[in-house]
Design a protein around this ligand. Structure first.
Ligand code: SF4
Length: 376
């Protein structure tokens, strides 16, 4: 059995064990060799186009890898380059983004694409400073593009990297505050092999995702296990120290699926705020004493018709800060609506799929009875 590598030397200045040259060589060699043999064949890894790296990074900040790959493929087939994004209608972009959430990021993406056309001829700049001047491109995304697309020597730290480094050095301190984040960035930078940032950053993230899993790290299969202090101390599942959970507020809402003559009423949300610009079935946020009667009143106010609402389902879905409790109701109108309010549109039921809906309303759309909503 190979011996555990000698402990690196601690430094009070940086508060993490400083690796010596032999340890560092060994670590880099093991990590990069593992990555070369185990990297997943992700679509943006074919040629590392900067535009592809940008889109994949923004999408993967919001969803799991498998789902992100599906979104990425669909997006790239419709918007193959920066120019296509800059020229696209927001509603169409929204349709391709539907389900990813964080819709303000989509607006930033579009504004950044337009800025790239105006300032950089439609190509992404290769340095952190200029990348960070683009709307919505913060330090992390800029570092990802600079290192993975352009090979710049910039370390990248995400949740997978934080977990892996916390275990590698058996770090007890909190890592999700400012000081903790800086510490992990310093470690990631200190371990970076010059000129190999593309593979190094991806290798740390990949190993963190595939082997150094949050609850069940696969230490026996891990090529770093002889170097890993948490593995040696039996503390892997205790690292990193968990962050405080975000307490979400319940947000009770109600919405009415109003069907008339094969059409359903949709309302577009305002351009700013939660679910900006998405379409939804008309409804409201319920106050403490409100129920379906308040929704019926809202409908009467909107289309000038009294309705009898039939409960479809309660749908729970999550927003960054809220747990949305959406009560969905159904009404097949027999009387002609008196008016079509602002931002509202009667659309054919079978054309609902062409509209970008929030996750909760998309699930509600799937509950429309087939008898009144013949599907293709
Ligand atoms: S040995 Fe285990 S805890 Fe250490 S880096 Fe590998 S998977 Fe993570």
């Amino acid at each position: 059995m190979a011996p555990v590598m000698p402990l690196p030397v601690s430094s009070p200045m940086t508060a993490f064990p400083q690796p010596d040259a032999a340890w560092l060589d060994n670590f880099q060699e093991k990590l990069l060799t593992w990555f070369a043999a185990n990297r997943r064949p992700l679509p943006w890894r074919q040629d590392y186009q900067p535009y592809h790296i940008w889109i994949s990074e923004v999408m993967l900040q919001q969803t799991q890898m498998e789902r992100g790959v599906a979104y990425f493929r669909r997006w790239i087939s419709r918007f193959p380059d920066v120019a296509a994004v800059a020229a696209a209608d927001r509603d169409e972009l929204l349709k391709y983004w539907e389900g990813l959430g964080y819709y303000s990021r989509l607006d930033n993406l579009r504004r950044a694409a337009q800025a790239l056309i105006e300032r950089h001829g439609g190509t992404l700049p290769d340095n952190l400073e200029e990348l960070q001047r683009l709307p919505g491109i913060g330090q992390y995304t800029a570092a990802a593009i600079a290192s993975i697309a352009f090979g710049r020597d910039v370390a990248l730290v995400d949740a997978n990297v934080t977990r892996l480094l916390a275990r590698l050095f058996d770090l007890e301190q909190p890592l999700y505050d400012q000081a903790g984040r800086r510490l992990v960035e310093n470690i990631a930078t200190a371990l970076l092999p010059s000129g190999q940032a593309r593979d190094y950053n991806q290798a740390l993230m990949e190993l963190g995702a595939l082997l150094c899993a949050p609850k069940r790290p696969r230490c026996l299969a891990c090529s770093l296990n002889r170097l890993c202090l948490a593995q040696k101390h039996g503390t892997a599942t205790l690292r990193p120290k968990p962050r405080r959970a975000i307490v979400k507020t319940n947000l009770p809402m109600a919405a009415a699926v109003l069907v008339h003559d094969g059409h359903v009423l949709l309302r577009q949300r305002p351009a700013k705020g939660m679910w900006a610009g998405l379409w939804e079935f008309p409804g409201l946020i319920l106050g403490p004493d409100q129920d379906a009667a308040a929704l019926a009143e809202e409908v009467r106010h909107l289309i000038g018709v009294d309705v009898v609402l039939e409960k479809l389902a309660r749908i729970e879905h999550h927003h960054t800060r809220y747990r949305v409790l959406l009560d969905g109701y159904f009404c097949h109108l027999s009387t002609q609506p008196q008016k079509t309010p602002d931002r509202c549109r009667w659309v054919k039921v079978e054309e609902l799929a062409a509209y970008a809906l929030s996750a909760g309303h998309r699930r509600l759309a799937g509950l429309i009875p087939p008898a009144v909503a013949p599907r293709k």
